[in-house]
Ligand binder design. Structure first.
Ligand code: PMP
Length: 408
């Protein structure tokens, strides 16, 4: 039998625990700023109109069945995903330097990449994965589960509530040669702080000099700025620079397909005469890993995304839906900042509008976060992160006043 000392009680996942506490709270003014899922102006989940259309089309299709997908997933979906993240004209696609597998959303893509690297990336030497401090907490669990040791590089400056660029660069510079560097492509979770394009160039330079391996996690393309190309800029720059890298891509946020688990893992190798052979060998191993882990990915979400990605008209409608979501969030950033400034809440609040994407790192302390929960029924993670999508025209003033009270 399993004894208690062998299977100790694990703590509840902090984020999912927070959601449960919110659901138990009966106060009519309660505000949920915890989980990173888009909400409309009435705090309701939003099915993207383009997703609704694609869904209706699929349901009407008399040929739709529930057969297995291939191991690597739906081919129309993975090839459209490559074009979306790399650009249709990417040299990596023309030169057949990329291989892609459909995964269980972004989490599955990070996992497949981590597992692949743990098996095949310099397998006989000590390798270290570097995450930003802070990062999406699941990075730690996913990479440790496959036995890769990790360290962190500084990222967030508590002083400016912006990027600690010097700290980041010098840490990557002093990391052991050939380390794996995990990078958030845009809309960094949890801070909402991204490097500028000039800063990305410098980061690429340091990664090249130290022969590190970049691993991009992209969960917010189009959702961050409303512009798909802009949100993919860093990845495309690294590809242009000829890096070999991998990419974990999620469609949870930008399609609102959270529970459908649509995602993609991409491996892109550097230009060279052996590129096609590398990609073929890598693809063959990824297929074996995928087969043993999930056999083949779930079909429905990928079918929806694929319909939209491969149809000009639907694609344009999707871009408009992305602008609706990113636009509403940007409006809420402006509203929150101006309300806090109007109230004269101690501190500076420019970071609320400087940061981008689903989240804002407010700079509120753990004590203030708990006070907000107790006094005002506002739910956010202990590190002071708020999901901007939880704010709307009906509660932003209430939240600003609650913050004001907690800070003063
Ligand atoms: N990476 C980051 C940085 C994220 O923020 C998320 C979503 N919270 C993911 C990956 C993956 O999420 P999912 O598995 O739902 O696509």
């Amino acid at each position: 039998s399993f004894q208690s000392d062998v299977v100790p009680q694990a703590p509840e996942d902090p984020l999912f625990g927070l959601m449960a506490a919110f659901r138990r709270d009966t106060d009519p003014n309660k505000v949920d700023l915890g989980i990173g899922a888009y909400r409309d102006d009435n705090a309701k989940p939003w099915v993207l109109p383009v997703v609704k259309r694609a869904d209706e089309t699929l349901r009407k299709d008399p040929n739709l069945n529930h057969e297995y997908l291939p191991i690597a997933g739906l081919a129309e979906f993975t090839s459209a995903s490559q074009k979306l993240v790399l650009d249709a004209d990417s040299p990596a696609l023309k030169e057949k330097r990329a291989t892609s597998l459909q995964t269980i959303s972004g989490t599955g893509a990070v996992h497949l990449g981590a597992l692949f690297l743990s098996k095949f990336y310099h397998p006989n030497t000590q390798r270290t994965v570097y995450f930003s401090d802070p990062t999406w907490p699941n990075h730690f669990q996913i990479f440790s589960n496959v036995g890769l040791p990790y360290k962190t590089y500084p990222y967030f400056s508590k002083k400016t509530k912006g990027l600690d660029f010097d700290g980041m660069v010098s840490s990557i510079e002093s990391a052991e040669e050939g380390s794996i560097i995990v990078l958030h492509a845009c809309a960094h979770n949890p801070t909402g702080v991204d490097p500028t394009q000039e800063q990305w160039k410098k980061i690429a330079e340091v990664i090249r000099a130290k022969k590190h391996f970049p691993f991009f996690d992209t969960a917010y393309q189009g959702f961050a700025s409303g512009d798909l190309a802009r949100d993919a800029w860093a990845i495309r720059y690294f590809i242009e620079e000829g890096f070999e890298l991998c990419i974990a891509q999620s469609y949870a946020k930008n399609f609102g397909l959270y529970g459908e688990r649509a995602g993609c893992f991409h491996f892109v190798t550097s230009p060279g005469s052996d590129a096609e052979s590398t990609v073929s060998r890598v693809a063959s191993q990824l297929a074996i890993l995928q087969r043993s882990e999930i056999s083949n990915p779930p079909a429905y979400g990928a079918r929806i995304a694929s319909l939209v990605l491969n149809d000009k008209e639907l694609f344009a409608e999707w871009e408009a839906n992305l602008k609706t979501m990113s636009g509403r969030i940007i409006e809420m950033r402006k509203a929150l900042r101006s309300k806090l400034e109007e109230l004269g809440t101690p501190g500076t609040w420019n970071h609320i509008t400087d940061q981008i994407g689903m989240f804002s790192f407010t700079g509120l302390s753990e004590k203030q976060v708990l006070k907000l929960r107790e006094d005002s029924h506002v739910y956010m993670t202990k590190n002071g992160r708020i999901s901007m999508a939880g704010l709307n025209t009906h509660n932003v003033e209430y939240f600003a006043k609650a913050v004001d009270k907690a800070v003063k």
